[in-house]
Write a protein that binds this ligand. Structure first.
Ligand SMILES: [Zn+2]
Length: 395
């Protein structure tokens, strides 16, 4: 293209007047030199700052020079994902909330924030899981429970002592994981008592009310049969339906506490147990102004704190001797049969006037009232069955 040689070798472009002499030839060389230098500079610049070819998880790609694995991750170019944020007990709290994807460049572990050299083969993997931060706490544990005797009523004979453990508590999950036992508690003894069975008496008990429609339907049947029963009410439902609760009391029924929110307490902390039982009782007393003597744990679920708390509040814990599982709606005939086949003097019979559609319970109750009458049973309140004074108003 550019020729150098003697003056005689110079060819002239046709039609371009020869202005003559050495000056134009020097200019041409000079321009050519500049162009070469410019091309070289561009090539050098490209080589220094231009994009590079790399292989990212098996795919060839151009990336800007200086790009890091972290940049690729942020742009969603890596198949490997961030690790997860996991709870103190190992559950995933935030998917991809952990460490950056693990990176291997040409087979060797590489820093995620280092520029990727051209020609590299980058492989990405699931990053490191990060455990949530924890704080150390001393946590009271419920005393173990030893039962003595048999029967549906349970009272604390010996309170035992709670233990204390040192635990790591997740600041996100609030989950407590025991690190070590600081103080070993001692177990409590709970005495189970049967009712006096010298007479053919049983106690019908109804849980999970007050409830729209079914509580009043149960009440109407009991009234018509001149039968007194015990209703274990849920605190927040008494607050929501105070008039229904008042009708139950006005009909001469006994009222028991069935927690504030029907919370199962077997694994609950002391604070939660206290709150559920105390608030449940307070909600009932506020509307009905009677002293609550009986506590029935929601779902029959207890721990050592539950027994201690019931005792502190002057309540007896009562479960049941016959559970016909009416809540599972097996049909009214089956519910009635389960009760009538198993009834004995002193039976505490569990049914539900709330917590869902209770039409089967209501239909079964008709058969149960009739069947128990026919068998010579008297149906009484729990306090009556256990020969305790009748429920009294709060002075
Ligand atoms: Zn219940």
């Amino acid at each position: 293209m550019v020729e150098s040689g003697t003056e005689n070798d110079v060819t002239h472009e046709p039609g371009v007047p020869d202005s003559g002499g050495a000056a134009p030839r020097d200019a041409g060389l000079w321009i050519a030199g500049v162009l070469i230098a410019a091309a070289a500079a561009v090539a050098l610049a490209f080589a220094l700052v231009g994009p590079v070819v790399v292989t990212v998880d098996g795919m060839r790609a151009w990336v800007a020079r200086g790009t890091t694995s972290l940049d690729l991750s942020a742009r969603g170019r890596l198949q490997g994902t961030r690790g997860d944020l996991v709870s103190v007990d190992g559950r995933i709290l935030v998917r991809h909330g952990g460490g950056p994807p693990a990176i291997r460049i040409d087979g060797a572990p590489a820093a995620v924030d280092a520029p990727i050299p051209g020609g590299s083969d980058i492989r990405s993997f699931h990053g490191r899981d990060v455990r949530e931060s924890t704080v150390m706490r001393f946590i009271e544990t419920p005393p173990g429970v030893r039962f003595a005797g048999q029967g549906p009523v349970e009272s604390v004979e010996d309170s035992g002592t709670p233990g204390i453990v040192i635990a790591d508590v997740g600041i996100v999950s609030r989950v407590e994981v025991t690190r070590r036992v600081a103080t070993r508690g001692s177990p409590m003894t709970v005495r189970r008592e049967p009712a006096w069975t010298g007479r053919k008496e049983v106690a019908l008990t109804f849980d999970d009310g007050p409830w729209p429609k079914s509580t009043d339907e149960v009440l109407a049947l009991l009234k018509a049969a001149d039968v007194k029963a015990t209703f274990f009410m849920i605190g927040r439902q008494v607050t929501a339906r105070p008039d229904t609760a008042r009708r139950v009391l006005a009909a001469g029924m006994e009222i028991g506490n069935h927690t504030q929110n029907h919370k199962l307490l077997a694994h609950a902390s002391h604070a939660v147990v206290t709150r559920e039982i105390e608030r449940g009782r307070r909600s009932i007393e506020k509307v009905l102004h009677v002293q609550i003597r009986w506590y029935r744990p929601a779902g029959g679920s207890t721990n050592g704190f539950v027994y201690r708390e019931a005792k502190r509040l002057g309540m007896r814990v009562v479960l049941w001797s016959i559970d016909p599982k009416d809540w599972a709606r097996p049909g009214s005939r089956k519910i009635a049969r389960r009760i009538l086949d198993r009834v004995r003097p002193g039976s505490v019979i569990l049914m539900h006037d709330g917590g869902g559609n209770r039409s089967q319970t209501v239909a079964a109750l008709k058969k149960v009232l009739k069947g128990l009458h026919a068998r010579g049973y008297k149906m009484v309140t729990l306090s009556r069955l256990y020969r305790l004074p009748a429920q009294v108003a709060i002075p």
